[in-house]
Ligand binder design. Structure first.
Ligand code: MG
Length: 247
């Protein structure tokens, strides 16, 4: 969406605050022995307290409040009876709808102490997100974000999963424009003031290809390597990008 009024800004900020609070509630519970369903139930409690609902469930009939991925799963993992083990990576991807506005953010966190490779991958995802946010300046093409994201990932020795992208957001979960995580010539349209979009590098320790899982939702790395995802919803302002899903 493009912000047209103070009410629009307050609406999407309020959805963004629910997303941030939900991620923190889930993150606090990440530990060995916890199931992904327990994390999802913690998200549902925060949603209900605020009168928010799961946007992926609302729009696509996703079978969960949030998308939760483990290790080589990249996006759209279904919460369930899976028990987290020490050393795994878990991605908490939360998209909430509140009073007609939608915001979206994700983090990948370790279960206990991460391996050195996993820790480097997590740092790279955060750094790539930071570079993408810095690049999101009004007047630049959308592809400037992806160029910055992929450069940071490559510099650190990791791949971006090019088939997975950021997107416009604000009134529903997926809006134009598509926000590639690489310097895609197709993403030539300019970033305009008031535009609300996600920036979400999804990096892999191995190659950049993905594969679909048999559950019909989960996308994982094709080579089984670890994936990490860092995402915020941002607003393009005259003075740079403003994060709407920060805690
Ligand atoms: Mg997203």
């Amino acid at each position: 969406m493009s912000i047209e009024s103070p009410a629009d800004l307050e609406g999407v900020r309020a959805a963004g605050r629910v997303v941030a609070e939900t991620i923190e509630a889930m993150r606090e519970r990440v530990a060995p022995g916890v199931t992904t369903l327990e994390l999802d139930e913690a998200a549902g409690e925060v949603f209900r307290r605020h009168g928010a609902v799961s946007a992926p469930r609302l729009v696509y009939g996703f079978p969960g409040e949030t998308c939760i991925c483990v290790d080589d799963e990249a996006v759209h993992g279904i919460p369930g009876r899976r028990v987290l083990r020490k050393g795994q990576l878990v991605t908490l991807d939360v998209t909430a709808e509140l009073d007609g506005y939608v915001a979206d953010a994700a983090v990948t966190v370790p279960v206990g102490e991460p391996s050195p490779e996993a820790a480097a991958l997590l740092e790279a995802a955060d750094a790539a997100l930071a570079r993408g946010i810095e690049a999101a300046q009004a007047g630049r093409p959308v592809r400037a974000i992806g160029r910055a994201v992929e450069a940071e990932a490559s510099r650190r020795g990791f791949s971006v999963l090019r088939e997975l992208t950021g997107h416009g957001v604000g009134r529903t979960i997926h809006e134009p424009p598509t926000v590639p995580n690489w310097d895609d010539p197709a993403a030539f349209e300019p970033l305009t003031e008031g535009l609300v979009l996600t920036i979400e590098p999804i990096l892999a320790a191995g190659g950049g290809r993905v594969a679909a899982c048999a559950d019909g939702w989960t996308i994982r790395t094709a080579d089984g390597s670890l994936a990490a995802h860092a995402e915020h919803t941002i607003l393009i302002t005259p003075t740079g990008a403003r994060i709407l899903t920060a805690a």
